[in-house]
Design a protein around this ligand. Structure first.
Ligand SMILES: [Zn+2]
Length: 405
């Protein structure tokens, strides 16, 4: 069964409600957030079937053209003490990369519209805050800056996919990106429902989420997954779906926060949803991709349940309460594999492991029910000279994932 991925997962809201350690008004907010997301599921399921049908038979574009040696390394060689021969080779490679990329780059069809939901629980499009091309909003009109952040976040996510993966929006055909800000009241969540991204203003427990590039990147990547390998949102394929959303979401952040000085795999902190918790909660983020299971530990919200290794895989039922077989939980395992692969390859994640992961999802070799083993095999197959690093990364989280006796 398909499901909306709201960035604050059902199981977490349920934990807060069941633990009963939070104030009554916080618990009430969690209940109302949960009820809203549940209501939207039905619409999402219907929409996802339509997309799956429409996508059948569409050829996937190949990954963007990128050398495995990141340009910044060639640039460093040019600046450094290397011999003239080496410098000349780097100069030529850089020139070639630039030419090739410019020649291959798709036309930019970015088309954003940011709407004001005006604190209603519905999506009438009667109040456009920012159409494509702007202008951005004056602080007086939108003091929260949510509208501007949504618009900018969409642009960065779109540009990231276009620039580095030669992908024209989520469907690779210029799908317009619609966003609704100020949704509902005390709605501490954000989600992509297959045709729009929706943000609440935050609640007593959760901060607003428009300023988190990884959250926007995460949610929009569910659209990319849907239009490529369409991994089923349950059990291992669902955990891979969730992991891919984190993988591409975190790369949007590592690149997009400061594109002039992007973060390397070694520099990045690999935290999803930093700043998601209001003050007073003992948590650094929603998830820690490098060290799954360590993002939070607090009486109100419980402890981060993500495993970091296959031996700790969490077996859960395919229900809402069971997080559809642990999709937001077991994603810790492939998340860590991606971080390890990125660090072993070095440089910027989207020029190394990110390219490999993208080739895997657009290869046509994953069906909707792919498990960890199959996904790992396909990434190893497409990792070229980095095959050993990628295989080692998977082995460190339990590859080849033998069934537990
Ligand atoms: Zn998700």
């Amino acid at each position: 069964m398909a499901s909306i991925c709201s960035i604050i997962p059902h199981y977490l809201l349920k934990t807060i409600i069941d633990k009963g350690e939070a104030d009554d008004d916080i618990v009430a907010e969690c209940r109302s957030t949960l009820a809203q997301v549940n209501q939207l599921q039905t619409a999402r399921i219907e929409h996802s079937h339509q997309i799956a049908l429409a996508s059948q038979g569409l050829a996937q574009e190949s990954a963007g053209v990128q050398g495995f040696i990141p340009p910044h390394i060639h640039q460093a060689i040019l600046r450094g003490p290397a011999g003239e021969e080496e410098r000349e080779a780097s100069r030529r490679t850089l020139e070639h990369d630039t030419k090739f990329r410019t020649a291959r780059r798709r036309e930019r069809h970015l088309s954003r519209t940011v709407y004001d939901a005006q604190h209603r629980w519905s999506f009438t499009r009667d109040k456009i805050l920012i159409p494509e091309g702007g202008p951005l909003l004056d602080k007086k009109i939108d003091p929260s800056t949510d509208g501007n952040e949504c618009y900018i976040g969409f642009g960065k996510t779109y540009d990231f996919y276009l620039e580095y993966f030669n992908r024209d929006s989520l469907d690779n055909q210029g799908l317009p990106l619609d966003g609704f800000v100020h949704y509902g009241q005390n709605f501490g969540n954000a989600f992509w429902d297959g045709e729009k991204m929706v943000f609440g203003d935050g609640s007593r427990l959760f901060n607003g989420l428009t300023d988190e590039l990884d959250v926007i990147g995460h949610e929009l990547t569910h659209g990319v997954v849907q239009h490529t390998c369409n991994l089923k949102y349950e059990f291992q394929s669902g955990a891979l779906n969730e992991s891919l959303a984190d993988v591409f979401g975190i790369m949007v952040k590592q690149w997009g926060e400061n594109p002039d000085k992007p973060q390397t795999a070694a520099e990045a902190n690999w935290l999803i949803g930093e700043g998601i918790w209001r003050q007073g909660i003992n948590g650094r983020a929603l998830r820690d991709m490098e060290n799954p299971g360590t993002a939070f530990d607090d009486p109100i919200i419980g402890k981060d349940p993500q495993p970091a290794h296959w031996k700790d895989f969490v077996v859960l039922p395919n229900t809402k309460e069971g997080d559809w077989g642990g999709v937001h939980i077991n994603s810790g395992i492939p998340n860590r594999a991606f971080v390890l692969a990125s660090k072993k390859i070095g440089g910027l994640a989207w020029l190394g492991a990110g390219q490999i992961w993208y080739k895997a999802i657009s290869s046509g070799e994953l069906n909707g029910e792919a498990k960890f083993k199959k996904f790992a095999d396909v990434t190893i197959k497409y990792s070229g000279e980095h095959a050993k690093d990628v295989q080692k990364a998977w082995e460190e989280v339990g590859y080849p994932f033998p069934e537990r006796g």
